[in-house]
Ligand binder design. Structure first.
Ligand code: FE2
Ligand code: FE2
Length: 214
């Protein structure tokens, strides 16, 4: 791995740097490249967390289209991890994840929504999942958007292209979640919180009704 010497951390007073004995390793890494790599390390950790979280979101979703959307995005997310690894390789860096606390918090919120959804009507539980998932996508859009611009500025066209591909997938996922919301909103707004009428289609029946076998 090309170990960078930060330009804002000069060598020791003796003019040597014992931890970086190789002459080539003393080349300072441009600050912008360092920023890009840190952003990619954050995103790698974020995507790794999502590979574990998305199957739980898919399992919890009541609406078949929402379930399918989570399953599809799980497969895309696995590809996004590979894309990031490829980008690290292009930059001559080891693909190292840096703990992403932002995504950790968002994933924890998603898990809370799954747990709380057990006691909610199907549409209300799904809407909470959509909200949690869109927060995740917006976090990723911010991260990939920033990283892509930095890669472009560094003249790393191939890296920028990889980041742009993932950015596009995140934007499409966000748009798909928005598209899936209206029927859920309608269903939730028609629910009074009381037991539903028997002629309601099965998809709109509450979890409580289904559990009771009615
Ligand atoms: Fe992603
Ligand atoms: Fe995503």
């Amino acid at each position: 791995m090309k170990k960078a010497l930060h330009t804002r951390n000069p060598p020791s007073e003796t003019g040597t740097n014992d931890s970086h004995p190789q002459a080539e390793e003393l080349q300072p890494m441009p600050v912008l490249e360092e920023c890009l790599i840190e952003e990619m390390q954050d995103l790698l950790h974020a995507e790794g967390q999502l590979v574990k979280a998305l199957p739980k979101m898919a399992k919890a979703a009541n609406d078949p289209k929402l379930k399918q959307a989570f399953q599809k995005h799980l497969e895309e997310t696995k590809g996004q991890v590979d894309r990031l690894k490829e980008a690290f390789e292009l930059l001559g860096q080891r693909a190292k994840a840096k703990p992403c606390r932002g995504m950790q918090g968002l994933v924890e919120e998603g898990q809370e929504k799954i747990a709380e959804g057990q006691d909610k009507e199907a549409a209300a539980a799904d809407l909470a999942l959509v909200a949690a998932a869109q927060k995740v996508e917006h976090y990723e859009i911010a991260g990939y958007g920033t990283a892509r611009v930095m890669a472009e500025r560094l003249g790393q066209a191939k890296v920028a292209k990889l980041l742009a591909q993932t950015l596009s997938e995140e934007e499409k996922t966000d748009a798909l979640l928005t598209q899936l919301s209206p029927p859920l909103l309608e269903e939730a707004s028609s629910e009074s919180g009381e037991e539903e009428e028997e002629e309601q289609p099965s998809r709109s029946r509450s979890r409580r009704s289904r559990a009771a076998g009615v």
